[in-house]
Design a protein around this ligand. Structure first.
Ligand SMILES: [Fe+2]
Length: 275
């Protein structure tokens, strides 16, 4: 099974450049073209949040229009820049799990089960995994305790060491989720975005892989005293291809849009399968 992961496209409602600098439409188009050029094609493409820059319904529609250009099926979760109502209206219907509109669902169509979680709230600077999502995940893992499973959500559970990002980190529920996955042992990875740079961590023994943004050339880092945005140049834009097989588990490859790719994340078996 092959999973392509793209993250944080940050489209605006009218196509205006993000922070006046980045053409997010063009970045997403380039990424879609690169994913469509993969041989073999992914079975599914996961988009791990921040579909839009400001959550506007029009921006969310524009994301969907571009994503329809992918040859493979797409599954999305929202991020802290999105609005749950917009994501539900454009990409739904989704089940109502947590009583707060969180985008939480299971995808049963593949060899690896995909479980979407949502730590976003109405406050873009606050994230949490409510108890209802922990209960939901416990039930999903209990009903298929030996089936390989990937969790995907926008926010990574680990602390990055980057203070302003960690201040927006998951405030509650992350340790409860970790205890659940540790108890079951069938979660191959947790796939996230949010950080706008590739990062790898561990959470209760499970690999956590944070994908770069597809518009990763710059990142908003906060505001100066005069309210002008602080823009920081970071890693190049890219996406991730995850290859899973029963024999060897998960192998993840980071693809930069300049054409170069490197093995990254979980160690690959030797010989590495085609990622
Ligand atoms: Fe983002």
């Amino acid at each position: 099974m092959i999973v392509a992961q793209i993250s944080d496209p940050h489209l605006t409602a009218d196509g205006a450049p993000v922070h006046g600098v980045v053409d997010a439409d063009e970045a997403l188009r380039r990424t879609i073209a690169a994913v469509n050029a993969l041989v073999p094609q992914p079975d599914v493409v996961l988009v791990t949040g921040d579909l839009t820059h400001d959550g506007a319904l029009q921006a969310t529609h524009r994301v969907r229009c571009l994503l329809m250009g992918l040859h493979a099926p797409v599954q999305v979760v929202g991020g802290n820049h999105d609005l749950r109502n917009s994501v539900r209206a454009v990409f739904g219907p989704f089940p109502e799990v947590d009583g707060a509109g969180g985008i939480v669902y299971a995808v049963e169509d593949y060899a690896v089960r995909l479980l979407a979680l949502d730590a976003s709230t109405d406050d873009p600077f606050r994230s949490t995994l409510p108890e209802s999502q922990v209960v939901w995940l416990a039930a999903r893992l209990a009903e298929a305790p030996t089936r390989p499973t990937i969790l995907f959500l926008h926010h990574p559970p680990f602390d990055t060491g980057i203070a302003w990002l960690d201040e927006m980190g998951i405030a509650e529920g992350r340790h409860e989720i970790g205890a659940l996955i540790a108890a079951h042992g069938n979660v191959a990875a947790i796939l996230c975005g949010h950080l706008h740079r590739p990062m790898r961590g561990q959470w209760y023994g499970v690999p956590v892989l944070a994908a770069p943004s597809v518009m990763n050339r710059v990142i908003f880092s906060g505001y100066r005293d005069d309210d002008t945005p602080i823009i920081t140049v970071t890693a190049p834009p890219g996406f991730v291809v995850h290859h899973w097989s029963e024999a060897s588990g998960l192998c993840s490859t980071l693809h930069f849009l300049d054409g170069h790719a490197e093995n990254w994340g979980t160690p690959c078996p030797d010989p590495c399968p085609p990622c």
